[in-house]
Write a protein that binds this ligand. Structure first.
Ligand code: HEC
Length: 186
């Protein structure tokens, strides 16, 4: 009698367990229904997370060349004292010789097209590389003056290659570029 008790218990426990599992299985459809308010929330969150992901991943890509880069201003010549500098007259020839080979055409590097004033002012990768009135904050000048390590423009390798070398800007060219931006990039 008292040897049968554990068996009986075990048997009835198993029965309860089966009952519970079948109950909870039966309950399963009901459970999400009763928590229907939180349930759509994660679904909506993950749905919106998916489109958000590309935006999030493009943000770090922009960071390295954001205007707030650390620049060695001692490498950037002072603005020249030339007046009334314009893109077409003074800057386009400089960009054409040293930049447009990469920052022009159908697929400009980094999305930065320096072949026209409008596209140059628009910048690359959705941000400004020319801050009109502020040469000292303009990546176009800072990069061309080699003031930002690893962002030298033209890239060091392009300056000395055998075919179509793109020369670094001279001090005078940098001074004119700075003056043009400081004067409002007209
Ligand atoms: C041989 C090709 C080449 C030449 C020539 C060149 N660049 Fe670039 N430039 C690049 C590449 C490639 C990048 C992208 C670098 C990166 O993502 O790390 C870039 C990026 C830039 C950026 C950052 C753009 C952005 O918004 O992310 C600026 C500013 C820039 N270049 C300015 C210039 C200037 C000014 C000149 C001419 C004085 C020049 N580059 C010449 C290849 C070139």
């Amino acid at each position: 009698m008292h040897k049968k008790l554990p068996l009986l218990l075990t048997g009835s426990l198993a029965g309860v367990a089966i009952l519970i599992s079948s109950l909870s299985a039966a309950d399963a459809p009901a459970a999400p229904a009763s928590t229907s308010t939180p349930a759509p929330a994660p679904a909506a969150a993950s749905a919106s997370a998916a489109p958000a992901a590309p935006a999030a991943s493009s943000a770090p890509a922009m960071a390295p060349s954001a205007p707030a880069v650390k620049a060695d201003m001692s490498k950037v010549p002072a603005a020249s004292d030339k007046k009334d500098l314009t893109f077409d007259k003074d800057i386009a020839p400089i960009f054409k010789a040293s930049c447009v080979g990469c920052h022009g055409g159908a697929r400009p590097r980094s999305g930065l097209d320096l072949s026209t004033k409008d596209t140059a002012l628009k910048g690359g990768r959705g941000k400004s590389d020319i801050v009109a009135g502020h040469g000292d904050q303009s990546n176009v000048l800072l990069f061309a003056a080699d003031a930002v390590t690893k962002s030298e423009m033209p890239p060091l390798s392009a300056r000395t290659r055998a075919t179509n070398p793109e020369p670094a800007l001279t001090k005078d060219q940098l001074a004119d570029l700075r003056a043009w931006i400081d004067q409002g990039a007209k």
